[in-house]
Design a protein around this ligand. Structure first.
Ligand code: C5P
Length: 237
């Protein structure tokens, strides 16, 4: 039987990866396909929610066809921020699954950047790319709460390194960002990006584990919405 535990709810999901233009043809970007965000949108729609999906550079062939999902396509971090915040004003929950660029080029050339020839016919040394900091959309949403009682959820792809395991990095991030829930995706050589299984731990704001899910992006999405539904119920009682 179909679950309808998100009926009457409006949720916002961001998906994909932002691109930051250097000139009309080049950008700084990342490898996020948008599959996890799309799976979250589809899962929420199946459970009865009205969904706004803010899709950053997600291939058209991956976008959901469910009529309960409204798609807004964006390219840059600043566009993603505007679209998410506009939709979040009326949302019960916002899930930031998009890979957002922390930095963007400080300037954007109106014309394609050319190689500068050196006097002797060789190519001159390239100009360094200057960057400026993007806003942290998730931290802003957590601080602003655009609708009272709204649940704010982040994703974090973490790898273990010499200074600690993926989960302890996730705990630090959960506390720092101020989101209600943070889904920590342990990424390694074979997990995380593309069409491969995921291993996700859901942490609360204090960094405590509230759920674990391993499996497909659809299974991870379903587990995350179950945690969201629990929180929304707690808040309304
Ligand atoms: O700090 P990190 O990029 O690992 O955090 C990931 C989480 O923060 C994701 O939910 C991502 O969508 C969000 N994020 C954001 N704005 C940024 C960077 C990340 O909303 N500038």
């Amino acid at each position: 039987t179909a679950r309808t535990d998100l009926a009457g709810r409006h949720v916002v999901v961001s998906a994909g990866g932002t691109r930051e233009p250097l000139d009309p043809v080049r950008f700084l970007g990342n490898r996020s396909s948008g599959r996890q965000g799309v799976a979250l949108a589809e899962s929420a729609a199946r459970r009865g929610a009205r969904v706004t999906l803010v899709a950053a550079n997600v291939a058209d062939s991956l976008l959901p066809e469910d009529p309960a999902v409204t798609v807004h396509r964006v390219e840059t971090t600043l566009e993603l921020r505007e679209a998410v915040r506009a939709a979040a004003a009326g949302a019960d929950a916002v899930v930031m699954a998009a890979a957002v660029a922390d930095f963007r080029p400080a300037g954007r050339s109106e014309h394609k950047i050319k190689k500068a020839p050196a006097g002797d016919g060789s190519t001159a040394e390239p100009e360094p790319i200057r960057l400026t900091t993007n806003p942290d959309i998730l931290a802003e949403l957590a601080a602003d709460r655009l609708r009272p009682g709204q649940l704010v959820v982040g994703f974090a792809a973490e790898t273990g390194d010499g200074t600690g395991d993926a989960l302890s990095h996730g705990r630090d991030k959960a506390r720092r960002k101020g989101a209600d829930l943070l889904a920590v995706n342990q990424v390694g050589a074979t997990q995380g990006f593309g069409d491969v299984p995921n291993d996700v731990t859901v942490l609360d704001r204090a960094g405590e584990v509230v759920a674990r899910a391993a499996g497909t992006k659809t299974e991870v999405a379903d587990a995350l919405w179950t945690s969201v539904v629990e929180r929304l119920r707690q808040a309304s009682t």
